[in-house]
Design a protein around this ligand. Sequence first.
Ligand code: AMP
Length: 174
Amino acid sequence: MDIEKLKLLIRDVPDYPKEGVVFKDINPVLADPDGFETAIHGMARNYENSKIDSVVGIEARGFIFAAGIAMVLSAGVIPVRKPGKLPLSTKSVRYELEYGDDALEIQDGAVSIGERVIIVDDVLATGGTMRASIDLLRMCEADIIGVCCFIELDFLKGREKFDRNIVTSSLINY
Ligand code: AMP
């Protein structure tokens, strides 16, 4: 499937989850075998020769893309989750939301020092979620080879929240 056809599977939902936000509903992409395969291979392509050890997926839709990409790259999957969802000891990073703040966690020992990882999510919007995930992986002393999103909302300039040495790729840009 070409990218223009893939784009037709992304559904805009105005004013969800709140007024003024246009939610990018990727469920029709997941439900379409050819569409999902195109998304996964398109996202994995940049990293095929990068010897990636693990693909880090951000809760919740990031898990789906991370799992598919990990299969293509013969890598493992590591979840980054909302607070209180992971057993045993964790590392945690708080980050700012429009109203208030939230946190993300990773299990201690989930990543080895120097492990080659990419971090995956469905949508890169303001970049706060991904920035917090980058900070978590840095705390683990992982080698962050790249950040990879299915969709990037360019007008929100999310990638400007990351250091310039973080290589950021996205399959579909708005
Ligand atoms: P942000 O931290 O602003 O970059 O937001 C990224 C996270 O929020 C991702 O995990 C997305 O799943 C979700 N998200 C933010 N904006 C949208 C949007 N317009 N459509 C779908 N998901 C979004």
